[in-house]
Write a protein that binds this ligand. Structure first.
Ligand code: 8NA
Ligand code: MG
Ligand code: MG
Length: 345
């Protein structure tokens, strides 16, 4: 049966929470054997499981702020979104935020602050953060704006509140565009999907700041496009090892080393894969595979979850997994409200 747009909206935000919650277990781990991932996921299905609820981290906390701000302001309002981030951080500072971004979040709490983009620009000696913290919370932009141009524009500004380096905000733009295309059903044609992302990013990265940041950081020209071309090559290969994915695409906390990786996880898991249970559907495969890469697992699984959830819809997410995830119901509620907003604007 075709997946309805409402189901895709719910799937996107709920699977993002799922990825964050189940990915927390392995965050920062270098070697994550697939056995351990499958054990962790099977453990969620155990009714008698004693270890309680899996808590969400900064990824979900900030995604909720983005969604809530877009809803209350019925669009992008940088002042409101900045205040929302600052308030969330002050109420729950222990959610595993990056060590740099907490300085921005503290400054954003100041009522005297007039330029809400200024604290982000002061990060890392004025270069700004290239972490994946802008990308991890980018999904709601794809649920709030219909046109790719608006998704691009507002995902960029939304990320710039904490990540002023082009590698940081361009990663957020890429993640939001991937969710945008997935909502339209574009993952039905995976080659076309990746080609569209490449041509979008060719425009996005073709500006002076992006070009000079790539040079200063000693990266290839058009760094996101270069990674997406690698994604395409890996897709065309018959077999791909975890080690190869990590060395070609990365699994780190930099947006460049995690957003293309998350996109690859989704594309790779569109089909059954060796080592993953046959009873798993595509969404379950995507989550399991993302965790098996190790590194920044909560964030990679969160981003892959959002893209995959937008493709498969809410019914592809096992209830038995969700019931252990803090914040899943709230995410579904936010998705429903964004769907209403999407349909009136
Ligand atoms: P951020 O802006 O603090 O960036 C994260 C880190 O990236 C920084 O602490 C720096 O080490 C490094 N970094 C970013 N930009 C630069 C730069 N221009 N020069 C030098 N180093 C730089 O935080 P964020 O919001 O981007 O968060 C990214 C990740 O950190 C998320 O995955 C989040 O969950 C969190 N986190 C990750 C881990 C982990 O082990 N993978 C652990 C705890 C928290
Ligand atoms: Mg996190
Ligand atoms: Mg993380």
């Amino acid at each position: 049966a075709p997946v309805s747009l409402l189901s895709r909206f719910r799937g996107a935000l709920v699977a993002a929470v799922l990825g964050d919650c189940v990915g927390g277990e392995f965050e920062g781990a270098e070697d994550v054997p697939l056995d351990r991932v499958l054990q962790h996921l099977t453990g969620l299905e155990d009714e008698t499981r004693g270890d309680g609820i899996l808590q969400y981290s900064d990824d979900t906390a900030m995604t909720r702020c983005v969604a809530q701000s877009l809803l209350t302001r019925m669009g992008f309002d940088e002042q409101d979104m900045a205040r929302s981030f600052a308030k969330e951080y002050s109420l729950a500072p222990g959610r595993g935020y990056g060590s740099g971004v907490i300085q921005v979040l503290r400054k954003l709490a100041s009522p005297q602050l007039s330029d809400v983009f200024q604290p982000a620009r002061a990060q890392f000696g004025g270069r700004g953060s290239f972490g994946n913290g802008g990308a991890m919370r980018a999904a709601p932009f794809a649920l709030a704006f219909r046109s790719a141009a608006d998704v691009r524009r507002y995902a960029r500004f939304g990320a710039m509140l904490t990540h002023s380096c082009s590698l940081g905000y361009n990663g957020a733009v890429l993640q939001a565009l991937a969710v945008h295309l997935s909502l339209q059903g574009d993952l039905a044609l995976p080659q076309k999907f990746i080609s569209k992302l490449i041509s979008e990013m060719e425009e996005v990265e073709n500006d002076e700041t992006s070009r000079s940041d790539a040079k200063v950081l000693n990266l290839a020209e058009f760094p996101y496009c270069a990674r997406l071309h690698r994604v395409k090559e890996l897709m065309e290969q018959n077999s791909v090892s975890i080690e190869e994915v990590i060395s070609e695409l990365g699994n780190g906390i930099a947006a460049l080393e995690s957003v293309p990786t998350a996109i690859f996880c989704v594309l790779h898991c569109l089909e059954p894969r060796e080592g993953l249970p046959e009873r798993y559907g595509g969404l379950e495969r995507t989550i399991a595979y993302s965790l098996a890469l190790g590194g920044d697992t909560d964030t990679i699984a969160c981003m892959a979850g959002a893209i995959a959830g937008a493709h498969y819809g809410i019914s592809a997410i096992p209830q038995s997994w969700l019931k252990s995830c803090e914040g899943a119901e709230e995410a579904e509620h936010l998705a429903e409200r964004l769907y209403k907003l999407y349909n009136i604007t």
